[in-house]
Design a protein around this ligand. Sequence first.
Ligand code: GGG
Length: 359
Amino acid sequence: MKKQVAVLPGDGIGQEVLNGALDVLKAVEDQYGHEFEIVQGKIGGAAIDHHGTPLPRETLDLCKQSDAVLLGAVGGPKWEDNPVDLRPEKGLLGLRKELGLFANFRPVKTFESLQDASPMKPSVVKDVDFVIVRELTSGLYFGEPRERRGKNREIAVDTLQYEKKEIEKVVHKAFQLASERRKKLTSVDKANVLESSRMWREVVNEVATEYPTVEVEHLLVDAAAMKLVYQPKQFDVIVTENMFGDILSDEASMLTGSLGMLPSASLREDTFGVYEPVHGSAPDIAGRNLANPLGMIQSVAMMLRHSFGLHEEAEMIDQAINEVLKAGYRTGDLSGHEKIHPVVKTDEMSDFVVEHFTP
Ligand code: GGG
């Protein structure tokens, strides 16, 4: 198979975790005889420094010409005081919008080898396996107006707006996913307070009639936040608006041991996708070879499955990660027990994953 993959490292630990993921992709290429042509582009703070904008036209064109995109992370203190249109995050949001990636799949699954390890990291919860489907191109992160008002700019305005068809699209995706899994969909909103949430709930109920085999429940976002901690195994697929999904997935990540473990796929109706770890640029550890590359490496597996239909190759990556963790190797975020589990560097972790590929 021959495919072009656009690679956007971004900022902070983005480059480090991507290096490891590309080593893994190269090993898959060699083992299976595929050809993945890698084309590099800039986004976020790196693009602001180089091109004066967080999403240069050439980066967007590169992504549009490619079969899939791998993205590291964006953001950092260097650009914190920039006006909102010159923030690194604006590049990421713009990319999602321009490419029409309305559904962000964030699988939250604990690796067997982490839950069987003794002693377990305290936050790891056994047998957790659900997917958060986050609406990605509308809601509070995109609504207009977004401005400061008043004589002294003492009023700040953001707008939470949804069109019915935007909700329908992402809810259909979530139902389709639930149909292929354990057939339970939890829709999360704040319908006791927000008008947009009341419409969200109506749309979910309408779309539900097309998926009679899927059980539907509605949860308010505050209740969902609580249940993620005390009853996480009850979830199969969660669908929710942009900001709720952003927050709940960071919370949920800790069930797997670390935010560094979570991959994501930003999708539309065809097979194209942008694949990135859920974590950010982690400026505090950037450039020190300390980051956990497993969220990024699992994002490569998601790309192989969804964009290229390479299920065996993706399974091999997930199995190899499980074996590496079973052997006791941990990056610092996962360790907690250094005497028992040797702490390894970012690049060592990806090397171990490749070494654990089955022939
Ligand atoms: N790889 C994810 C990343 O770079 N996150 C930074 C961030 O703040 N993203 C905003 C968002 O995901 O909506």
